[in-house]
Write a protein that binds this ligand. Structure first.
Ligand code: CP
Length: 308
């Protein structure tokens, strides 16, 4: 339980103080991760199940490692290899996992709201590992952690989020988290990939990447969500790279010490040029490391019961 919540469903519903507490705890977890012996007893005797209906490398593996480092029992279920393939509903699957005494269910699902739905039927903590186009809270938390670690704070930080904003749960969670923390957010991308309502949220909207990036402290590229786009919203990957991709020339418009982030997986040569992805300002690999620390913090804080 964290601030009376057993589940992490999104950053939209968390207070700024709660987000800060998770980031502070992740700092301790990162210290543990840097030790020769990473094993801790934070989840001793607890069990964590990952339930993934969509593909994943980073999120799934980092949740599993995070749980193992903290001495939890871990198991994973993929939609293809489970009774979901025989027609079992999401709620029945979640109830089945819950009935085995599971303490945390980490769910990735293509439907926005899926974690909220199962959270009503389970005693286990439900951790959202990405739901449709809605939220990907632990990705945003690791992004915030990376920015805070390098820049020393989030208040007043200028963050430019570039690319397919409309279909991106990463962008949504980051916008919630960053604005609550007092950062200034600008978004840039094709008009077809930026939701109209964003202009009413205090986020600055640009249809040219250059304008969004100028003077930024952090530039965040996003993956093109081809699996969520119903029709071609831009002509081709090469056109996208030409007008909206982040290359070294565009990155140079940001502050000289600006960070380049991307949630991964990166489509090299499309969202980021190869040179940009590997440049000194790129923190893509550190984001992955920080993802383990943040997920350790989340699992620990949300599965902790009041008597612990
Ligand atoms: N960033 C992210 O969610 O990556 P995966 O799809 O590999 O988990």
């Amino acid at each position: 339980m964290l601030d009376g919540k057993k589940d992490l469903l999104g950053l939209r519903e968390l207070r700024a103080e709660t987000i800060e507490k998770i980031l502070d705890t992740a700092k301790t977890m990162k210290f543990i991760l840097n030790q020769k012996n990473k094993k801790t007893g934070h989840l001793l005797g607890k069990s964590v199940v990952t339930l993934f209906y969509e593909n994943s490398t980073r999120t799934r593996l980092s949740f599993e490692l995070a749980a193992k480092y903290m001495s939890a029992f871990t198991s994973g279920v993929s939609a293809g290899g489970s009774s979901v393939a025989k027609g079992e509903t999401l709620i029945d699957t979640a109830r089945t996992i819950d009935a085995m005494g599971t303490d945390a269910i980490v769910l990735r699902h293509g439907m926005s709201g899926a974690p909220r739905l199962i959270a009503e039927y389970t005693a286990a903590s439900v951790i959202n590992a990405g739901d449709g186009m809605n939220e990907h809270p632990t990705q945003a938390l690791l992004d915030l952690f990376t920015m805070r670690e390098v820049k020393g704070g989030l208040q007043g930080l200028k963050v430019a989020i570039v690319g397919d904003i409309a279909h991106s749960r990463v962008a949504r969670s980051n916008i919630w988290g960053l604005t609550k923390a007092g950062a200034e957010v600008s978004v840039g991308g094709p008009a077809t990939l930026i939701p109209a309502e964003l202009g009413r949220t205090g986020v600055k909207v640009y249809h040219s990447v250059q304008e969004a990036i100028v003077d930024a402290d952090v530039v965040m590229g996003l993956r093109i969500q081809t699996e969520r786009q119903k029709s071609g919203l831009f002509p081709s990957a090469s056109e996208y790279a030409r007008f909206f991709g982040i290359n070294e020339k565009r990155l140079a418009l940001a502050k000289p010490d600006a960070l380049l982030l991307h949630p991964g997986p990166v489509n090299r040569g499309v969202e980021l040029s190869g040179a940009a992805a590997d440049c000194e300002q790129s923190r893509v690999n550190e984001q992955v490391t920080n993802g383990v620390a943040v997920r350790m913090a989340v699992l620990y804080l949300f599965t902790r019961r009041e008597d612990e």
